[in-house]
Design a binder for this molecule. Sequence first.
Ligand SMILES: *Cc1c(COP(=O)(O)O)cnc(C)c1O
Length: 395
Amino acid sequence: MNSNENLFQKEEKFFFRTYKRLPLDIERGEGCYLFARDGKRYLDFFGGLAVNALGYNHPRINKAIQDQLQKYIHLSNFYVQEPQVRVAEQLIAITGFNRIFFSNSGTEAIEGALKLARKWGKKNGKTHLIGLSNSFHGRTMGALSLTERQKYREGYEPFLPDISHVKYNDVQELRSAVNEQTLGVVLEFIQGEGGIYVVSPAFAAALMELRDRFGFLIVADEIQSGIGRTGKFFGFEHFGMKPDIVVIAKAIGGGLPLGAFMGNDRVADVFTYGTHGTTFGGNPVACAAALAVLEEIVEKNFMKKAEEIGEYLKGQFGSLQRAFPALVKEVRGFGCMLGIELTREGQPIVDELQNRGFLVNCTNTNVLRFLPPYIVTREHCDSLVQELREIFGGL
Ligand SMILES: *Cc1c(COP(=O)(O)O)cnc(C)c1O
């Protein structure tokens, strides 16, 4: 038995069976590539599920982490901490929101945003939250109550009360669902786990119009689509709108656990001292990494790069669709967040890509999801498309 097998056997034995792990033993990463212990190299379009926005072993992120390690790894949120303040200053300058709270993860940031919304609603006589069909907002009970995808909910009832779901992009259903009691609508403008479904301009417009009329909050879950991934800092910017609360995580920490929610002036003064908090949230090492991520994205114009390379790759996917119309149903998304919806299951194609040295994710059964780091090149994209062309041709 080699040490590799040992690792997989121990994993099977020790862990609750929540993750079906890929049969890969990754030793290290560099740029857009991952290297397995057996020496095999993989071009990564999986991107740590949208976390590794700048690829692996990034010198600026690594240096920021090392520098902070030598100062302090943890203090406590009783202290003001320079790395946190600097990230907050950057995020607020980039986004125009008024206030921020740091968490450790996406789902915790959703929980905090829900608490912020609830407390705001108490003052304004509003209690009812609306989520959308096919949504994913995280695994904790509050976030799960908003999540609509049955796959994640089954067996965990009862959920939080006073939450209902509206069909994605169904303007009529949205209109009949909202009223004076509506506290907020929580949504992914570009659904990630759901299969890269994009909000329609009509739905976004109706949402804004109804907010003006009824005064509810719009809460954008930008955990997967944020931090420049779609070619704009936030996905909702593609629809010319501004939510009241935005939730981020994934890419912001450069691979370290970090999330946050931000709010505009409507909700800026809802929390008072002691009414929300966390031990680890906004960890200074994670914030030092986040600062490096943000500075790198701003200085090197990575939003523009994500947009351009994404347009290029989407164009290539479009030509695949024309070549294989019976197989490719639709190509969706923006920037480095793209999906190919197939007319059949995606997993066998993902497995074959992996054999050929390409890492891609399949979500919602038949959607190939591509979340490459923003540093991916045209040559990388061409090689992926070439493999896809061969695989599709052989089906
Ligand atoms: C990943 C994700 C979450 C949950 O984030 P965690 O850090 O895994 O808790 C929530 N919403 C969206 C849109 C996500 O992609």
